[in-house]
Write a protein that binds this ligand. Structure first.
Ligand code: SAM
Length: 262
């Protein structure tokens, strides 16, 4: 077994390539390291440091083992977590497509959804982890989740979505990252796209490695982290077809100064 590198201090990630050698920061655990599919906690820590204050209510619509809840509380933020299969008492059972929350309540939303069918989470038939990305059903469900995030988020506030593409042996490659980004762009403004290094055990497993070499496919080396913002204002209403209300385009209101760019 490789010796574990020492945990460095937790600092803000300066570039769009994020890396940290541990699932958890500090001496405690955030979330549960035995939960399959748990989010590395430094990712949520970085997002909350950059995009929230103590006044913001943080929401995780697919809270899993509760990593977002633990990080938010570490940083003195109020937080609510939902999941179809709650793993602890402070996570409420709810479908991420229909959250029991009023409009424009959240100051930040973090979500790490199922990457199509790569992990079996619960027996609940509404679990999005049961939907294949080969057709439309996974994307239609995620479009509803993204719509719900837009509804609960305050205008001007941010969300982070953490996801990996998917390769299913014998079936093919599914570019979940680009597809979900396109769905988010319908409602949100992109702020940045981060590549997060995966420290996945499967990368070290000999059988995965040889299967990838023999089958000429790649193991996933990074996740996307999409940072999006809900626009602050409603888009301008269309001008009515009323000539008296149309702006007069003939005379410019201000003459451009010499040398001023138009
Ligand atoms: C990748 S895990 C989240 C991991 C979590 N961030 C953590 O650190 O433990 C995805 C979660 O989505 C949940 N889920 C799947 N479909 C859902 C739905 N329709 N509504 C709410 N949660 C759902 C699963 O039960 C699972 O816990």
């Amino acid at each position: 077994m490789k010796p574990r590198p020492q945990k460095p201090n937790l600092t803000l990630q300066p570039t769009t390539l994020w890396d940290y050698p541990s699932q958890h920061y500090g001496k405690e655990q955030q979330g549960d390291q035995n939960y399959k599919g748990a989010t590395p906690s430094y990712i949520i820590w970085n997002l909350l440091q950059r995009y929230t204050t103590k006044k913001d209510l943080i929401i995780d619509p697919m809270a899993g083992s509760g990593t977002t809840l633990d990080v938010a509380r570490d940083l003195g933020r109020k937080v609510l977590g939902y999941d179809l299969g709650p793993t602890r008492k402070d996570i409420f059972r709810a479908d991420a497509r229909k959250l029991p929350l009023e409009d424009s309540k959240a100051g930040f939303v973090f979500i790490d959804p199922p990457y199509s069918t790569h992990i079996e989470y619960t027996d609940d038939p509404r679990c999005i982890g049961k939907l294949s990305a080969a057709g439309d059903e996974y994307y239609q469900a995620m479009d509803q989740v993204i719509g719900e995030i837009h509804r609960i988020l305050k205008p001007g506030k941010h969300m982070g979505l953490y996801v990996s593409d998917s390769y299913v042996k014998g079936k093919g490659f599914y570019p979940l990252g680009f597809e979900l980004f396109a769905l988010m762009r319908k409602r949100f403004t992109p702020i940045d796209i981060v590549a997060v290094t995966r420290h996945n055990k499967t990368l070290d497993m000999g059988n995965y490695r040889s299967a990838a070499e023999d089958g000429n496919f790649f193991l996933r080396g990074f996740n996307y982290l999409f940072i999006m913002q809900k626009p602050d204002t409603a888009p301008p209403k269309r001008q009515r077809n009323n000539p008296s209300k149309r702006p007069d385009r003939r005379k410019p209101k201000h003459k451009p100064q010499s040398g001023q760019r138009r």
